[in-house]
Design a protein around this ligand. Structure first.
Ligand code: FAD
Length: 303
């Protein structure tokens, strides 16, 4: 990993989310992206946990490699799906022994897939509220949790949703990372609701650069995130034009984060999809810079 440093005087904090790679080729792509994004000095980098712990070993391997080969601070995502408390606790202890101090504690989705009815195991943690308490009982970890600016699809209303967030905070969560959203007014209204409910932890906007509009629109439908009509219009007719799509995506994402900074938000969590290109551009626009690599050679004397 190169020893270049970002200037950290922009007042902006970023974190990056990666998923554990399935193949050697995907592993190479991931590590190229990590290498490119590391100079942005993220507050932390998180690695997702596949449905029902399906990526358990791969998530662990990725986190372990980050700890060994980089100076990045990893955060391990963890879900309660289809696991007993003892099994989850064992995974947590393994992470702790590897040096992990930060978890993103989640309930996870039903084994039937996103949108399926969630059935908690009787001997498991029923939701993220209980998981946060379980983590805190093991060690004094830093704990981030999820938050939903458009409410979680299973929540009957915002009050229920925000009450659940409050219980996660009461149990020890110190940061909430949001589901992605594209309408900053929606996010700002949500943060106002959260503050009115007496929740004061940072609510960090989850930013999804749009690599593939059709895919993200499909995924948004399942997660309860809405796609404004004006955003869909920007990508209209670009299905087979990757280059223009990428320019439109960079322009939109830059607009979104710059507007959020004007509204007073300074920390951003990027869903990288293991790709550095768009995220790197946005970080640059936000004012983050990689300094020149330090060289042992003495600088040439000025004439
Ligand atoms: P919780 O916060 O426990 O609950 C979510 C909602 O369920 C609540 O808002 C509420 O409506 C309902 N609910 C739960 N318990 C109760 C109760 N007792 N009474 C009433 N209502 C209840 N998924 C993965 O599989 N792996 C990941 O790595 C992953 N990372 C994520 C990272 C972020 C930042 C986000 C926002 C989501 C992530 N997800 C991940 C998706 C997440 O697992 C799903 O959204 C899941 O459906 C809910 O998990 P949660 O931790 O948000 O649940």
């Amino acid at each position: 990993m190169s020893q270049i440093n970002a200037l950290s005087n922009s007042g902006i904090g970023v974190s990056f989310e990666f998923f554990p790679p399935k193949t050697e080729k995907m592993e190479e792509t991931l590590w190229r992206s990590i290498e490119r994004l590391a100079p942005m000095q993220p507050t932390f980098v998180s690695v997702t946990y596949g449905a029902g712990g399906s990526t358990r070993e791969r998530t662990h391997h990725t986190i372990e490699r980050m700890l060994k080969e980089t100076s990045l601070v990893p955060a391990a995502h963890l879900t309660c799906v289809d696991a007993s408390r003892d099994e989850v606790d064992e995974v947590v202890r393994q992470y702790r022994d590897t040096g992990v101090k930060h978890f993103v504690a989640l309930r996870g989705d039903s084994q039937a897939g996103v949108g399926g009815e969630y059935v908690a195991r009787p001997d498991g943690y029923r939701n993220a509220v209980e998981l946060v308490a379980g983590l805190k009982a093991i060690d004094d970890f830093e704990i981030s949790v999820s938050a939903y600016p458009e409410k979680h699809p299973e929540s009957p209303d915002f009050a229920t949703d925000i009450d659940l967030l409050k219980r996660k905070v009461d149990n020890g969560a110190t940061r909430a990372i949001t589901q992605f959203f594209f309408d900053n007014d929606v996010f700002e209204r949500y943060v106002e609701r959260v503050r009115r409910a007496g929740i004061y932890i940072p609510i960090v906007p989850g930013i999804a650069p749009i690599h593939d509009f059709t895919k993200i629109a499909r995924f948004a439908g399942a997660t309860g995130a809405s796609i404004p009509a004006w955003l869909a219009a920007r990508f209209e007719g670009l299905e087979t034009d990757e280059q223009t799509r990428s320019h439109v995506a960079a322009a939109f994402c830059a607009d979104q984060v710059l507007d959020l900074t004007k509204r007073g938000f300074s920390d951003f969590h990027f869903y990288t999809m293991n790709r550095a290109d768009l995220v790197y551009s946005i970080c640059h626009i936000l004012g983050l810079r990689a300094a020149a690599p330090q060289s042992d050679a003495a600088p040439a004397a000025a004439a």
